[in-house]
Design a protein around this ligand. Structure first.
Ligand code: HEM
Length: 145
């Protein structure tokens, strides 16, 4: 469990970095009316999708083995969680699942379009919103100390 926690914690740097790169790249492509290339744009967005799904799977397992996850809910009950505990047991998991659903929708939608501009727009909006949601519910204190 310690190991899983560490992997989820370190992978978070990579996931956030690659998500930020994918969003910045999509904004630049959209604004600059660029061509959507297989080598760079497709790969970068796919890489961000895969990493977020990997983090989702690790998070889901962690949720059921960690004492900060579901067990906290079982032991003290929803109403007795303080803000910090509620962040880990409720808000972080729930909001991040929604964020990854959005990222997945952005990925699927981009494939339906032929035009580069529309592809970049789909990635910008859905990955961008997903990234903001993830950033809004990171347990910053626990992570960066
Ligand atoms: C891209 C999405 C995600 C990112 C970037 C992320 C990132 C993080 C970070 C930075 C921490 C703090 C680690 C530390 O204390 O060092 C954490 C903790 C945690 N995450 Fe996530 N997470 C994501 C998705 C999820 C999901 C989807 C779930 C569950 C369904 C989840 C469950 C948890 C749990 C239970 C903890 C607390 C672990 C513990 O302290 O024992 N995470 N996450």
């Amino acid at each position: 469990m310690e190991l899983l926690q560490n992997v989820h914690s370190y992978l978070a740097y990579v996931v956030l970095l690659v998500l930020i790169l994918a969003v910045v790249n999509a904004i630049a492509g959209w604004a600059g009316n660029k061509m959507f290339t297989l080598q760079k744009d497709f790969r970068l967005s796919l890489f961000a999708l895969i990493l977020s799904h990997l983090q989702l799977i690790l998070g889901l397992i962690l949720y059921f083995v960690s004492t900060s996850g579901f067990k906290a809910l079982q032991i003290v009950g929803m109403g007795n969680l303080n803000a910090q505990a509620r962040l880990l047991a409720v808000e972080h998991p729930l909001i991040n699942i929604i964020a990854i659903v959005l990222i997945t929708i952005g990925w699927s939608r981009h494939k339906k379009f032929m035009e580069g501009k529309k592809k970049f727009k789909s990635i910008t909006l859905f990955y961008g919103l997903g990234l903001l949601l993830i950033l809004s519910r990171i347990p910053w204190g626990a992570w960066l100390n």
